[in-house]
Design a protein around this ligand. Structure first.
Ligand SMILES: NC(=O)c1ccc[n+]([C@@H]2O[C@H](COP(=O)([O-])OP(=O)(O)OC[C@H]3O[C@@H](n4cnc5c(N)ncnc54)[C@H](OP(=O)(O)O)[C@@H]3O)[C@@H](O)[C@H]2O)c1
Length: 266
């Protein structure tokens, strides 16, 4: 608990990748971090790192797609440490498949995280955030929510839903003191592609111009965004260039993604 700033962050996807790195970084600045993911053993490991770095950790092993479990977690958190200052919605999974190769169960789990997980956790704390009139919500998103590529139908749909949640909240939260931020990364060298096999090889060739970043760098971007909330954040900067091209000429970017992406039959 040493070095506690009194600030509280709820981080989903905290057992791995961007969420775990963000939790560690916040811990190193003395934050109290509520760690959410399904794998309790992995959360315990991250909790040791957070506490070793001078922060405080609360471990909440649960499936964030399950609203009742999330509501129960929120009640415990509000009781134990009060209203969070920050929510980082980083829980997410999803294989890149054509629609006809995607089972109903796979779609349910892709929509479960990131979309439903972000909805549930944000929903559970929203009354408290609004009552206090302050807070930052960071959604970790994907460029697929701006410029889709072929053969990732369910994945893309869920990331558009996450972006839709962020955009809807932008309108709802205007003037409330609560901020919503959509942080988009290119490829991050997390365990994502091991956890979601037959996915990495389907990154469109045009996407290779965007350098891969580490989860630690992604976490620095998340923490920077918490300190200076912005509506949309891109990292690495090359991703912002691609997004600019997408704004100026969406048809061209879609064509490039299609031509250099996965073709049917492979
Ligand atoms: N890696 C990339 O290249 C990249 C690029 C752009 C955007 N993103 C997005 O960033 C998000 C995080 O990715 P990452 O790279 O950090 O992947 P990761 O290393 O695989 O971590 C994903 C995290 O989400 C958790 N999770 C998944 N489903 C969950 C659920 N239903 N309830 C609670 N926790 C759940 C996992 O923990 P448990 O399995 O223990 O539950 C894990 O902690 C994803 O939405 C991904 O699409 C990733």
């Amino acid at each position: 608990m040493s070095g506690s700033t009194g600030q509280v962050a709820v981080v989903t996807g905290a057992s791995s990748g961007i969420g775990a790195a963000s939790a560690r970084l916040l811990g190193a600045s003395g934050w109290t971090v509520v760690l959410i993911a399904r794998r309790a053993d992995r959360l315990a490991h991250v909790a040791r790192d957070v506490e070793g770095a001078g922060g405080r950790a609360l471990v909440e092993p649960l499936d964030a797609a399950e609203a009742d479990a999330v509501d129960a977690m929120a009640a415990r958190v509000l009781d134990a440490v009060g209203v969070p200052d920050v929510i980082v919605n980083s829980a997410g999974a999803g294989v890149w498949r054509w629609m006809e190769d995607t089972s109903h169960g796979e779609l349910a789990s892709m929509l479960g995280a990131p979309f439903l997980a972000a909805w549930n956790v944000t929903h559970a704390f929203m009354p408290a955030l609004l009552a206090r009139g302050r807070g930052v919500i960071v959604h970790v998103g994907s460029p697929a929510s701006l410029a889709p590529w072929p053969g990732a139908t369910g994945y893309t749909t869920s990331r558009w839903a996450l972006r839709g949640l962020h955009e809807a909240l932008r309108q709802d939260l205007a003037g409330t003191g609560v901020r919503t931020c959509h942080v988009l990364f290119g490829e991050v060298s997390s365990e994502y592609f091991d956890a979601n096999p037959d996915t990495h090889e389907h990154i469109p060739r045009v996407g290779r111009i965007i350098p891969t970043i580490t989860p630690e760098r992604a976490a620095r971007v998340v923490v920077r965004t918490i300190g200076r909330p912005r509506t949309q954040v891109f990292d690495p900067p090359m991703l912002a260039v691609v997004q600019l091209a997408n704004r100026l000429s969406p048809g061209l970017v879609a064509l490039l993604a299609r031509r250099t992406g996965r073709q049917r039959g492979r």
